[in-house]
Design a binder for this molecule. Structure first.
Ligand SMILES: [Fe+2]
Length: 251
């Protein structure tokens, strides 16, 4: 057996370390900036197709939630950030004192990227302590993916609509870091609330609007105060509020 001296071994190990360090530096300096992997283009095409299937009622909302979560969990985060030109988008932005700033963006046009998407999209940018305030939606399915920063993310099931209240029950209350994701539909985890624990903090968001054109309910946010009267079985009687009050209380 060949004898490897401690000295040789150390030199070899150092050699590998140097290679890794060099590669690391090259990536950090965006040496491959224009090279978004085909798998990420395919990923976005899959996300879009899933939205088309939801609109065409080939996929139910609960199934969409499960599948979009799987897709979000598979995505190459650095690639996605490149696809939305995150460095440019997040440079020199003014973060609001309350609430979240919604940044609009376009996907880089590369082979395999659908030129038009069936879903709406935005990136939220927040200061530490600020929130995407608690709200539900009507006739809409949406999904969050943390790009940068840490969040406390909370979801609630919407159990009942009353005149001036919504009966909700907490379903998710956990920390989310980069790559963390969650979904909302008319059937499960309907209400969400994300508070930034660090800054700047960014959330990638897509939403499929007006899923059922016959529902009579227009897509939009419904603001509520989840700090409401505690009922049996973990339910909460949450007061419906307007955006200004929500922003004051939770933004
Ligand atoms: Fe939302």
């Amino acid at each position: 057996m060949e004898h490897v001296s401690r000295r040789d071994f150390t030199q070899q190990a150092l050699g590998s370390l140097l290679t890794f360090t060099l590669l690391d530096t090259l990536f950090q300096r965006d040496a491959f900036a224009d090279e978004i992997k085909p798998i990420t283009a395919k990923w976005l095409a899959d996300v879009n197709q899933l939205g088309v299937d939801l609109k065409d009622e080939k996929v139910k909302q609960l199934e969409w939630q499960k599948k979009i979560l799987e897709l979000y969990q598979q995505v190459d985060l650095p690639d996605l950030m490149q696809l939305v030109d995150f460095d440019k988008l997040s440079k020199n932005i003014d973060l609001p004192e309350h609430g979240a700033r919604s940044l609009s963006f376009k996907f880089q046009q590369i082979d395999g990227i659908p030129t038009k998407q069936v879903f709406g999209k935005q990136i939220f940018a927040l200061k530490k302590g600020r929130s995407v305030v608690p709200h539900g939606h009507n006739n809409m399915a949406t999904a969050f993916l943390i790009l940068k920063g840490e969040f406390q993310g909370r979801h609630f099931d919407r159990l009942e609509d009353l005149d001036k209240h919504m009966i909700i029950r907490p379903t998710i209350d956990q920390k989310f870091g980069p790559g963390g994701c969650s979904t909302v539909s008319d059937f499960k985890d309907n209400v969400h609330w994300f508070q930034a624990l660090s800054e700047p903090a960014f959330i990638f968001n897509i939403h499929v609007d007006n899923i059922n054109p016959n529902s009579g309910k227009s897509t939009g946010r419904v603001y509520l105060d989840p700090n409401g009267e505690k009922l049996s079985d973990g339910r909460i009687k949450a007061r419906l509020i307007d955006y200004d009050e929500s922003n004051k209380l939770y933004g």
